[in-house]
Write a protein that binds this ligand. Structure first.
Ligand code: ADP
Ligand code: MG
Ligand code: MG
Length: 207
């Protein structure tokens, strides 16, 4: 398995674990208080089943992660993040290097996978509010000739802005939508876990 890819997944798993209570507390405010638990369970399963020494393409590794996430994260976020990884797996066939091109393909495919599955658009107070602006800023940077690291750092900033915006709006998708206007004032847990993943990928690049 590609060593950098493995490092990125390990970093995501580590940071999801470190933020388990934070994510769960956010979900307790506007959901059912399990987002951190769901994500930590899923990524701990991923880490126990991924083997860096196994001969496996990046595409097949993404597929494996996606399948594990679908079967172990549960809730709304499991199938959504699972779709992101599976769609990224399909889009990255024949790519064996972790570089700016690959990360762009993964970001774009993840966004498409989550939108196809969850039908949310920006402003619904979901993962999309962090991932879509991140994806847009990433490609803007790439088109302007910025480095991969700069583009990922800008993507993280955009995701942070997206999270801030979720505090100001009522949820229209997922469990938090049952609260209607009462969900205003709280940041979306899924948008927050998306930032944690983007930040983890960036941290590995910067190292
Ligand atoms: P559940 O709500 O089933 O308990 P989680 O708590 O694990 O699942 O995940 C909740 C998060 O899922 C929300 O904070 C939101 O970001 C995300 N989410 C829910 N529905 C959608 C959707 N249709 N599209 C994108 N993200 C969604
Ligand atoms: Mg929940
Ligand atoms: Mg739940």
């Amino acid at each position: 398995m590609n060593a950098v890819f493995y490092e990125m997944i390990s970093e995501i798993a580590k940071n999801i674990q470190a933020n388990k209570d934070f994510l769960t507390d956010l979900d307790r405010e506007i959901g059912d208080g399990d987002h951190g638990i769901n994500m930590a369970r899923g990524f701990s399963n991923v880490m126990s089943k991924l083997n860096v020494d196994e001969e496996m393409s990046i595409s097949d590794s993404l597929k494996k992660v996606g399948m594990i996430i679908i079967s172990t994260v549960g809730g709304a976020s499991g199938p959504l993040y699972g779709s992101a990884f599976l769609k990224a797996a399909m889009a990255t066939r024949n790519h064996e290097q972790v570089d700016g091109e690959l990360l762009g393909i993964i970001l774009k495919a993840s966004l498409e996978g989550i939108q196809e599955r969850g039908k949310a658009t920006r402003g619904d107070k979901t993962i999309i509010d962090a991932l879509e602006p991140a994806c847009e800023i990433y490609f803007k940077g790439i088109n302007e000739g910025e480095s991969t690291i700069e583009c990922m750092q800008a993507a993280c900033k955009a995701a942070e802005g997206g999270i801030e915006s979720t505090k100001l709006i009522a949820a229209r998708k997922g469990r938090a939508s049952y609260l209607g206007e009462r969900s205003i004032g709280y940041q979306d847990p899924g948008a927050t876990s998306t930032l944690i993943m983007l930040q983890s990928i960036t941290d590995v690049l910067v190292r």
